[in-house]
Design a protein around this ligand. Structure first.
Ligand code: C2E
Ligand code: CA
Ligand code: CA
Length: 702
């Protein structure tokens, strides 16, 4: 017995001497003990654990006695059947014990043999019951697995055949019936050769069986014949099932009908190579075709034009009329473009509102201009979308093989650059790629390289522009503005390099440097005794979306020791235009640190106003373009006044930027604008000059 699992028993007694006596007799490794000192404790234990062979329980217990405890045990379904033996000093209690459902009793002091044999008896019963339970469980699991296997067999999408060792069919499933056209009854008892199409040689089948003999399985494409005579290809797998001695007992064949695959392949090809909105070739097919056409052109010494076409203001259509209308417009535009091309030319869609294409076998580059002109004319005609009539136009960039490039990549890049140039020139026009554009792209590449060096060599400096309370002119904050002093090149305006830094991702390390440096500086000013000011730092959308951004904020705050409640991040409307979950949760994360959020360039974005309520924003910053003419242009005046009211109704503060005249300041003061930033008070200043400015403009009685 000792090598079997120990039997769990529950022993209930509060008298140490008696417990010791029990241990002396029963503690032989055959039992696993759980001990309790009171009836209450027994009930608690049984709540958690009810797998006991036996309960040995003293009748005399502190609190609830043994009888009451047994009564309670018997009311619980899970433990009612556990046998209980009473331990009692009083043999007269025996009668009462049986009455309460107790199976036996043992009197104290214990007779060791009697005790041992009684407990052992119940342990044996428990062990047999356990075994029975296990057997039942095992059988049930096996049955369940069998049921599952037969379900899988029956419902599999693959046709299945089970044969005996002589390859005589024993069973087939429903998919077999569907694919082959033969019913179960027609198939059972026959050999699978009833399906053979006659398309394969004897050698083919001989090889097949040899492979199964050698490797236990065969897999491949095979032609079979349905009951109706139709020949079809199937992908077949045959597996030999062997018994313990290694002798084959059955073969299982499973197959799928692949006759539809050829059309599926065509469908897949179409999906991969055509745009699903316009049915035009997509970027992949365009690139493949252009590559081929360039080889042809080289041989024939002909000219190929590559064009990039962007629909102007397409976004407005999508935003105001919805995506479905946008799709209709794209389809219609595609049809119009197709009318302008010749047979061997191609028009493709790159995605969004961008089209591209190639014009082949040209004699002069100017021929491409004629086609481009025609496309613009077609697109300029109004589009009818349901009840609406909308006008869009196009901007086209052209590059020419062989002059502007020899390969797909260069030609498309140059056409793209020319397209941007066309947009800059006011849209609705076409532009050829030129050397000047080339020079521009070179300049950008050079600038990018210099920017990388600037990061490494710390050529950046921060300037600070005061923000003042409109009513009093008292400084209350500062905006951090980056400056780049190029070695030997003077100061470069951020307006020039920030957009490039954003495009290239360099804004992430640059922005991190700005944040760190600004907080360090502001903390130093606090320590010097300058009055506390709200420090505003500009944040670009790439930074905002960086996975590590919250970590950066935490590190900056901890390292600098600058209070987060005096830090503000300026976000553009572009950042929060996407009202997605990520944006909402990130804004909440930032706000929960105590850092303020301001919407920069307010009024210039396209976004809806709904975000103002949804996001934890503290301040609106009215863009300079509204302030410029606020005193002269009635519309601007109305707009700014409305913005101020809107902000205040949402309990946000408002700051106006770009204030240059006393007249603007007075007007804003009259309208209740909270704060002002602009040359009227101060230009952005170097750190030293800024500190001087603050000292001068903060009187001691402040
Ligand atoms: P912004 O955030 O709109 O900054 C305000 C710009 O207006 C600054 O130009 C500032 O010098 C200028 N400004 C302020 N008051 C007046 C005024 O009364 N009249 C005129 N004419 N201009 C005024 P700045 O410093 O050239 O910065 C241009 C833009 O560069 C900024 O526009 C901001 O978008 C970006 N930028 C600057 N520093 C950073 C930075 O550290 N990180 C990021 N992501 N962007 C920055
Ligand atoms: Ca700003
Ligand atoms: Ca701004």
């Amino acid at each position: 017995m000792p090598d079997a699992d120990p039997i769990p028993i529950l022993v209930v007694d509060d008298t140490p001497v008696d417990l010791l006596a029990l241990h002396a007799v029963l503690d032989d490794g055959n039992y696993r003990w759980v001990e309790a000192q009171s009836g209450e404790q027994v009930l608690d234990i049984l709540l958690e654990q009810h797998d006991f062979a036996l309960i040995l329980m003293a009748v005399q217990l502190p609190g609830m006695n043994g009888y009451d405890t047994v009564d309670m045990i018997k009311t619980r379904q899970q433990c009612a059947s556990i046998p209980v033996i009473f331990l009692t000093a009083n043999s007269q209690g025996a009668q009462r014990s049986y009455a309460s459902g107790v199976v036996d009793y043992i009197t104290k002091p214990y007779n060791p043999d009697l005790l041992r044999s009684k407990v052992h008896g119940f342990a044996e019963i428990y062990r047999v019951q356990q075994q029975l339970r296990k057997e039942i469980h095992k059988r049930r699991t096996a049955e369940r697995q069998l049921r599952l296997a037969s379900k899988v067999f029956e419902h599999s999408g693959e046709g299945m055949i089970i044969t005996d060792q002589h390859a005589v069919i024993q069973a087939v499933n429903r998919a077999f019936e569907e694919i082959s056209g033969y019913s179960r009854e027609e198939a059972i008892g026959h050999k699978p050769s009833m399906l053979s199409s006659g398309r394969h040689t004897q050698d083919f089948y001989r090889d097949l069986w040899r492979t199964i003999e050698a490797q236990g399985a065969w897999e491949g494409e095979i032609y079979n014949r349905r009951k109706n005579g139709e020949i079809y290809p199937e992908w077949l797998k045959i597996v030999a099932i062997k018994d313990a001695a290694g002798k084959v007992t059955n073969y299982i064949g499973s197959f799928s009908d692949i006759s539809s695959h050829t059309s599926a392949k065509q469908r897949l090809y179409h999906l991969a190579h055509y745009d699903n909105v316009t049915e035009l070739p997509n970027r992949l097919l365009f690139n493949e075709t252009l590559k081929r056409e360039l080889i042809n052109a080289k041989r024939r010494k002909s000219i190929v034009a590559v064009f990039f076409l962007d629909l102007d203001h397409f976004k407005n259509v999508n935003d105001t009329l919805g995506h479905a209308a946008g799709d209709v417009l794209l389809k219609e535009a595609a049809l119009r473009l197709l009318q302008c091309k010749r047979d061997n030319d191609m028009v493709a869609r790159m995605g969004g509102d961008e089209f591209t294409g190639m014009l082949v076998d040209l004699i002069h580059p100017e021929d491409a201009a004629i086609v481009a002109g025609r496309m613009l004319k077609e697109l300029a005609e109004p589009f009818t979308l349901g009840d609406e009539t909308v006008h869009v136009s196009g901007s086209i960039g052209l590059s020419i093989y062989p002059n502007d490039g020899q390969d797909v990549e260069t030609l498309t890049r140059n056409a793209d650059a020319a397209m941007y140039h066309a947009k800059e020139l006011g849209r609705n026009n076409y532009q050829f790629y030129t050397e000047a554009l080339h020079a521009e792209s070179l300049r950008r590449m050079e600038l990018e390289a210099q920017l990388r060096r600037a990061i490494k060599e710390e050529q950046f400096e921060l300037y600070y522009q005061p923000q003042v309370e409109t009513r009093t002119g008292r400084p209350i904050g500062m905006e951090t503005l980056i400056r780049w002093s190029r070695p030997g090149g003077g100061m470069v305006s951020p307006a020039e390099f920030i957009p490039l830094a954003e495009e290239t991702g360099l804004i992430v390390p640059i922005g991190a440097w700005v944040l760190k440096t600004a907080c360090k500086q502001a903390k130093a000013w606090l320590d010097e005794g300058l009055p506390p000011l709200l420090l505003s730092v500009n944040l670009s959308s790439c930074q905002f979306r960086e996975p590590d951004f919250m970590d950066l904020l935490t590190v900056v705050i901890l390292e600098s020791g600058y209070p987060p409640s005096q830090l503000q991040l300026e976000l553009t409307e572009r950042i929060i235009m996407h009202e997605d979950d990520f944006t909402v949760s990130r804004l909440k994360q930032i706000s929960s640190t105590g850092i303020h959020l301001s919407i920069d360039d307010f009024g210039t974005g396209y976004s809806s106003m709904s975000y103002l309520k949804k996001f934890p924003i503290n301040e609106l910053k009215i863009d300079k373009s509204f302030i410029d003419e606020v005193c002269n242009d009635e519309d601007d005046g109305v707009i700014v006044s409305a913005m101020i009211n809107l902000a205040h109704s949402l309990k946000l503060s408002v700051i106006a930027e770009g204030v240059e005249e006393a007249e603007q300041r007075n007007w804003l003061d009259w309208q209740g604008c909270d704060a002002i930033q602009g040359y009227y008070f101060s230009k952005p200043l170097s750190a030293d000059d800024f500190a001087d400015y603050i000292r001068k403009h903060t009187t001691t009685d402040d």
